[in-house]
Design a protein around this ligand. Structure first.
Ligand code: P6P
Length: 339
């Protein structure tokens, strides 16, 4: 692609932006880049080989593991281990966090990665976009010791980097290290990511709302009131309903066009469905870095103190003015703030 720099060139040019850098981020993000290319290759040909369908097991979430889920998890884990800069990984597909030892078993690696290797995997069999979501922290326990749970249970405002890969009509890697959001598109012919979307920004306003309205009767009253607001016949409404069933794809579209994605609590999902550590926190960090907002209906996602590896929280994420309007409805019912 003419005059677009590659992801590798971008990282080198901006290495100074990554705190604690000594080339570590380059190696960390390039391991994610490599894993994304390998997973992309499999996702794009899933229909052609016997890699579709159930893996025959369920993960800690009680969800049937699609073969590609398991494959993606193995690829990201192995690639991160091989680069020897990560001391631990937590994954949606792993019951507990994985302690990673360097060759000399020194545990001197500084970063932990939390990952949803293949989000939206129920869409794989029907050829709809899926994604990988990752979140990176600097460990807080002493170097040289095995990583501990507290290294993973840090609030989202301590993330040093976060991003996603969307395996869609084109494959994109979108990430932030706290200096805005950069989007890179893969040229599959040569396996290179090019900077196609520099400094991505959520439009402050939008007219797209993404939520599974099939659960409407189970939603809290504040969500029902907001949905009615979205559907009213007014100068700027009704808004358009767009829900792919794949967080990364809905988020990515809403960031480009303006919109809000909501996965609230409900009587069917009292804590919501999405996981705080490897879905909500990374998407919230990206949203805020792109000028958007991310709340649980009442408070910033990034300020929630995690208590468990796989805990779920409700999320309202996207264009700032849409999230704030939704919050106006939610705060009318403070009793729903305790989920
Ligand atoms: P529902 C996929 O399983 C996921 O985690 C998100 O990617 C997606 O937005 C949501 O769950 C879909 O959940 O309950 O609407 O099918």
């Amino acid at each position: 692609m003419k005059n677009h720099i590659t992801l590798g060139e971008y990282i080198i040019e901006n290495q100074k932006d990554f705190q604690y850098s000594s080339g570590e981020f380059s190696r960390l993000i390039s391991s994610i880049k490599l894993a994304a290319k390998v997973v992309n290759h499999e996702v794009n040909k899933a229909g052609l080989v016997d890699i579709l369908g159930d893996h025959g097991e369920t993960n800690i979430q009680g969800e049937k593991q699609q073969k590609l889920d398991v494959y993606a998890n193995e690829i990201f884990l192995q690639t991160l281990i091989n680069r020897e800069i990560v001391c631990g990984v937590a994954s949606e597909e792993e019951d507990d966090f994985v302690i990673i030892e360097g060759k000399n078993k020194s545990h001197d690696n500084k970063y932990v990665v939390l990952i949803d290797p293949l989000d939206g995997s129920s869409n794989i069999d029907v050829n709809v976009s899926v994604g990988t979501i990752f979140s990176i922290y600097r460990r807080i326990t002493p170097l040289g010791t095995p990583v501990k749970i507290e290294d993973f249970l840090q609030p989202g405002n301590m993330q040093v980097a976060a991003g996603y890969v969307v395996y869609g009509t084109s494959t994109m890697l979108v990430y932030t290290t706290g200096n805005g959001v950069q989007g890179f598109t893969l040229n599959p012919a040569i396996g290179v990511f090019y900077l196609s979307h520099p400094n991505m920004k959520f439009p402050e306003n939008g007219n797209i709302y993404s939520i599974n309205e099939g659960y409407y009767i189970h939603f809290p009253q504040g969500v029902k009131d907001y949905l009615k607001y979205c559907q009213e016949e007014e100068e700027d409404r009704p808004y358009k309903a767009r829900y792919i069933g794949s967080l990364v794809s809905d988020f990515h579209r809403n960031m480009i066009k303006g919109g809000i994605y909501i996965y609230p609590t409900s009587s069917k999902a009292p804590q919501g469905k999405l996981r705080l550590l490897y879905e909500c926190n990374p998407m919230a960090y990206l949203a805020e870095q792109a000028g958007g907002e991310a709340i649980d209906g009442y408070r910033r996602i990034l300020e929630i103190k995690p208590t468990e590896l796989h805990q779920r929280v409700p999320i309202f994420v996207g264009s700032k003015n849409m999230v704030n309007k939704a919050k106006e409805f939610m705060v009318q019912y403070p009793e729903d703030a305790n989920y």
